[in-house]
Ligand binder design. Structure first.
Ligand code: ZN
Length: 81
């Protein structure tokens, strides 16, 4: 598929683990298996759209029952505050 950065047809869908700072600014969570693209030239990256989705959900989801490591799927299933 097409890479969003270089526009070459060298990318494939994969997942990436990443760290996000919670809205309180004090704690960090590790989110596993976040949808990502891997390009032969640009490397592995998370699309801005997905990054924003994660940010939004961290602000609107009730994560009190989660530890500080969870998957993207689990984030999507978290109840809304
Ligand atoms: Zn690329």
């Amino acid at each position: 598929m097409q890479c969003l950065w270089c526009n070459e047809d060298k990318a494939r869908k994969t997942t990436k683990d990443g760290y996000w700072v919670l809205p309180d600014g004090a704690s960090t969570v590790e989110i596993l298996q976040v949808p990502a693209l891997e390009c032969a030239d640009c490397g592995l990256y998370i699309e801005d759209e997905i990054n924003e989705e994660v940010e939004n959900r961290l602000h609107t989801s009730d994560l009190t029952h989660y530890s500080n490591v969870f998957t993207y799927e689990e984030l999507l299933k978290a109840p809304t505050i």
